[in-house]
Design a protein around this ligand. Structure first.
Ligand SMILES: [Zn+2]
Length: 228
């Protein structure tokens, strides 16, 4: 894997193709200054040298923050997800291990937070909320409640997602429809604390093995389990 790879990139607007260095993984101790480029997504942005069109590249990505013991793995398909879950749960890889990759996973100890995410937005969301010492499971439950509130207030709204956001100053939530931001909601501190107080006692530690996927589906099934 190494951290970067030479890849052939084709401009979606004009078809111009060229080889580019692409970041496939990031370790915040080896590359402390690259974290910012990941958070503002400029790491994935590419500008066509032929027509000037700007577009985002999409590929799997591994984020390792040894200081706070986090490893977050972005995958785009069920196949990649299966591989990621296999590596995290059993240390098994279908293909050969790359030396850098091996080093990254060898660093993982029992006190690591391990996550697999299915979008770049979710990857960035997790990095930001763990930096604020938030619990992503509590946040997913808060997000479900906020979706319900928002849809009740405006039943005609089309929304495809809600993401936690931290602009460095203030925490909050961004409502999106596909890639477009359609609204923001400030951080609901009282709600977060209430959910945390209610559910934290029944949740395992953040670092518990098996908690690899914490998303909307996780929160929905957690809440459904309470009803049953
Ligand atoms: Zn182009």
């Amino acid at each position: 894997m190494a951290f970067t790879e030479e890849r052939s990139i084709t401009c979606p607007a004009c078809g111009y193709e060229r080889m580019e260095e692409v970041w496939m993984a990031l370790d915040t101790i080896t590359f402390p200054f690259k974290k910012w480029e990941l958070l503002n997504r400029s790491m994935f942005r590419h500008k066509c040298l032929h027509c000037g069109h700007e577009f985002d590249m999409d590929h799997d990505f591994r984020y390792h923050q040894p200081e706070s013991r986090e490893l977050i793995w972005y995958v785009r398909s069920d196949e990649e997800e299966k591989e990621a879950l296999d590596v995290l749960a059993n240390g098994k890889r279908s293909g050969a291990w790359d030396e850098e990759e091996r080093r990254m996973f060898d660093a993982v100890t029992d006190d690591y937070i391990l996550r697999v995410v299915r979008s770049q937005k979710a990857l960035i969301e997790k990095i930001m909320l763990f930096d604020r010492r938030r619990d992503d499971r509590i946040m997913e439950i808060v997000k479900i409640l906020l979706i319900n509130q928002t849809m009740q207030a405006d039943p005609d709204l089309t929304m495809t997602g809600i993401y936690y956001n931290d602009d460095g100053d203030r925490e909050g939530f961004v409502l999106v429809d596909q890639e477009k931001t359609i609204g923001t909601i400030p951080m609901q501190e009282a709600l977060y604390e209430k959910i945390e107080k209610t559910f934290a006692p029944s949740l395992s530690p953040l670092q518990a093995r098996g908690n690899y996927k914490v998303d909307f589906a996780w929160a929905r099934s957690f809440l459904a389990g309470l009803d049953g």
